[in-house]
Design a protein around this ligand. Sequence first.
Ligand SMILES: Cc1ncc(COP(=O)(O)O)c(C=O)c1O
Length: 447
Amino acid sequence: MTRPSSGPIPDHKVIAPVWGRAASVDVERGEGSWLIDRSGVRWLDYTSGIGVVNTGHAHPRVAAAIAEQAAKLLHGQQNIVFHEPGLRLHDRLSRILPGGPWGVFLSNSGAEAVEAAVKLARRATRRRNILVFRGGYHGRTAQTMALTTAKNVYRGHFEPLPGSVYSTAYPYCYRAPSGPRDPQKPGAGGSCAGCTCRWEEEWDLTLHTLVDAEDVAAVIIEPILGEGGYIVPPAGFLPRLRELTRQLGILLIADEVQTGFGRTGEMFAVQHSKVEPDILVMAKGIASGLPLSGIIARSELLASWAPGTHGGTYGGNVVACAAALATLDVIEQEQLVANAAARGAQMLAGLRAVAEGRRAIGDVRGIGLMLALEFVKPDEGDGRVPDADAVRRVIAEAASRRLLLLSAGSYGQVIRIIPPLVTTAAEVDQALEIIAASLDAAGMVRS
Ligand SMILES: Cc1ncc(COP(=O)(O)O)c(C=O)c1O
């Protein structure tokens, strides 16, 4: 019998063109940091499928947990039954953050979890407005497009968008108006004092001009800006934001979709500054590639949601929950959070060395295995004119050497480097060599 999935492999054209393409690998399988294509060629995947496969591709323990669960039950709908993987995962995630008490709600995608966070904040506070930070990315559904300001491609052409969303400035120290500033060298008191990015003045201005603080339900923030350019704020920023939101009765939603599950060298990025959000949004790394997302929220907030006011057919899918439990085991047992910190420090030092003397690289930054190079036209304007073309050329050169990288940034001027957290010291060295060779080949030689 001929199965419909046999015969010649269809042309790439069957995929809708809306899927922009960073590379064009006909992948067959993956292992650890590597993707292997149909011809057996190995690609070093420093995209992690956009920050998803923190445990590496097809980790045997995660794959085994999925197979075992799939043979027993594929769908145990949350409104109808209780299943063991779901109960265990809710319990485990409610204990993953310090503080609390915390409760958990599970859904399928990052955007869906952000929507849940916003709905919960509005319901719990009975306030309407949401504040976002410019450059932030929160998804592509209607509500999350309205929250997203990373790039106009994500929201342009789709007006009208849901309203009552107001934006303020993220501390982007490299692009501070009076010149680049190193966020690792904070001003007085370890805060942003002395920094010219003026995020706090902008926050204050927003609350004096666009919206009244007492009508704001929540502010949603990426602790490290992702799609917006892998921007690491100064150490004092989040604690100060937490202080301000507490004073004003505004909930703090940490969107940890890209930063979560060990990516930055802590289980969640808010833990670097010991800030306790009211709601934390998670997805991507949670289940090693199976569609699962959710929020961790203060229990009393979750209690304000009456049954039926939120939900979904697939939320907390039993196979995805089994994958998430195995993912958490692997992160713990293989000490992947510590590996992210160690390999991240190695990669950051290596990137700084590679960038030395190359004027097209304006900034090298990152934390854990969330790293970036920002490309500029050094001889134009004030020397920080964004250079998306340089990014495209370097990514293409790296791909021709079998290293997969992604871009980021509002102008596409950033290369982001997101290895699986299982990556080894030897792989990091290999990637650094390829990046150096790619910069040379793209004409960005040392001067
Ligand atoms: C910080 C952040 N929030 C939300 C999302 C949306 O997640 P999803 O693509 O799963 O809807 C993303 C996706 O990249 C993200 O990086």
